[in-house]
Design a protein around this ligand. Structure first.
Ligand code: FCB
Length: 450
């Protein structure tokens, strides 16, 4: 059995995607409220106003996790519930909500993994100097983190500073499909740096409190491959990997930005927001890295004057023999193994938590009332199999969190993409365990695929 006896079998969610209750108990508005309420940003005009109504149904949702026999659960704390304007005194009602949640999880033997930032920035901080573009946010984030550490420190089993800084920076600030919806490459690069710096600041703040639980950061890592075996495409793949993966891994693990990407970016951007001492702060020792893995990325060199992402073009061609989810994402478990083995080889064999992995498939209840989702089971089985294989090859993976506990607000896609192992009927808020939930419960019980 490759899975260690205390391996974490969990599911994951994020505050804005499930909570709803956006103006209850003193919660301030977040950039996702503003973004989703702006017509044209989210499919169907969907918003997180109600979402899965988890803010009111949290106790039943904990029971649901317990009914699956899972021993871990990853959630995120909504900054605007804790500090409605992103600064100043804590909002006690917001704290109470997460305290109750953590206490109940612990009571049921479910280890809580808390993410401090899963994209719902208080709108007031966005209005004040551009949110993550403004260096002051680093102190704001450390202050917020300290409030949460002090409130939940006795129950949380793993702390995660940020969720997917690449996505927050790139999709939020250059590609514009996530809040705050900017189209500005300079903003993206500044934001990426400040997210990383605030990670370092939050780790420092954590250490100074002397709390014992492990702390880390969750990165979206996509192993990147050349579309054609040509010199130009190989070079494009190395740079693209550098910009999405190494740009985050290298500062966190080595206290430096990757030289090849730094040179490339420095040709076009001042990068003067990177100051002396920043990299040391970002490179504080951490206890684990959270890996969110969905799919590989294939890129090629731009041709002629073709519009490119910095120096590469993300391929949209798909091989018909590779299955894809309803998001259009390829399902390639073998490249998951490559990624994990590479993390071990290149970054000193860090402890790893798989903090997200899953797929969107639009399965709905059949005439028998049940939700049969064999494609999701297949996805999860092959990816848990990849983790097993990585562990056999010596990679130190300590937990796996399926994305997601239940169908929820999938950002720009709204409610039309269903990632849950639990079906949510948004009309009635009824939760229906899908076949994949039963299958996953069995995996957790056996501590592996068996
Ligand atoms: C990740 C996000 C998560 C979810 C999945 C599908 O990028 O961290 O919130 O939306 O994608």
């Amino acid at each position: 059995m490759p899975f260690p006896p205390d391996f974490a079998w969990g599911t994951a969610t994020a505050s804005y995607q499930i909570e709803g209750a956006v103006d209850e108990d003193g919660r301030g508005p977040s950039i996702w409220d503003t973004f989703s309420h702006t017509p044209g940003n989210v499919a169907n005009g969907d918003t997180g106003d109600v979402a899965c109504d988890h803010y009111h149904r949290w106790a039943d949702d904990v029971d649901l996790i317990a009914s699956y026999g899972l021993n871990a659960y990853r959630f995120s704390v909504a900054w605007p519930r804790i500090q409605p304007t992103g600064r100043g005194a804590a909002n006690q009602k917001g704290i109470d909500f997460y305290r109750r949640l953590v206490e109940r999880l612990v009571e049921k033997g479910i280890r809580p993994a808390a993410t401090l930032y899963h994209w719902d920035l208080p709108q007031a901080l966005q209005d004040d100097g551009g949110g993550w573009q403004n260096r002051d946010i680093v102190d704001r984030f450390a202050e917020y983190a300290t409030i949460v550490y002090e409130a939940l420190g006795d129950g949380v089993a793993w702390w995660i500073t940020h969720n997917e800084p690449w996505v927050a920076a790139a999709i939020g600030h250059r590609i514009g499909r996530h809040a705050p919806g900017l189209h500005d490459a300079t903003a993206e690069l500044r934001v990426a740096h400040h997210l990383l710096l605030s990670h370092g600041a939050a780790v420092q703040a954590f250490r100074s409190l002397g709390l014992g639980a492990p702390i880390g950061i969750t990165l979206s890592l996509s192993p990147t491959y050349p579309q054609h075996e040509t010199e130009a495409d190989r070079r494009a793949a190395i740079l693209s990997d550098g910009y999405t993966n190494r740009w985050y891994l290298d500062p966190v693990f080595r206290g430096e930005y990757p030289a090849d990407v730094l040179d490339l970016l420095a040709e076009h951007y001042a990068l003067d927001w990177i100051r002396d001492g920043d990299l040391t702060r970002i490179g504080q020792p951490i206890d684990f890295v959270g890996v969110n893995y969905y799919a590989r990325r294939t890129v090629r060199a731009p041709v002629g004057g073709e519009p490119a992402e910095f120096a590469w073009v993300v391929s949209t061609e798909h091989r018909p023999d590779i299955p894809r989810s309803d998001m259009g994402w390829e399902m390639t478990p073998a490249t998951f193994i490559d990624l994990l083995v590479r993390l071990k080889a290149d970054y000193g064999s860090p402890p790893i938590l798989i903090t997200e992995n899953g797929c969107a498939i639009d399965d709905t209840p059949g005439s028998d009332g049940a939700v049969h989702d064999p494609r999701r089971i297949d996805f999860l089985a092959t990816h848990v199999g990849a983790v097993e294989e990585a562990i056999e090859r010596g990679v130190d993976v300590r937990g796996y969190f399926a994305w997601s506990l239940m169908d929820n607000f999938e950002w720009g896609e709204g409610y039309r993409q269903r990632f849950g192992i639990t079906y949510v009927d948004y009309e009635t808020q009824r939760r229906i365990p899908k076949d994949s939930a039963r299958w996953y419960a069995e995996v957790a019980r056996r501590n592996g695929l068996g």
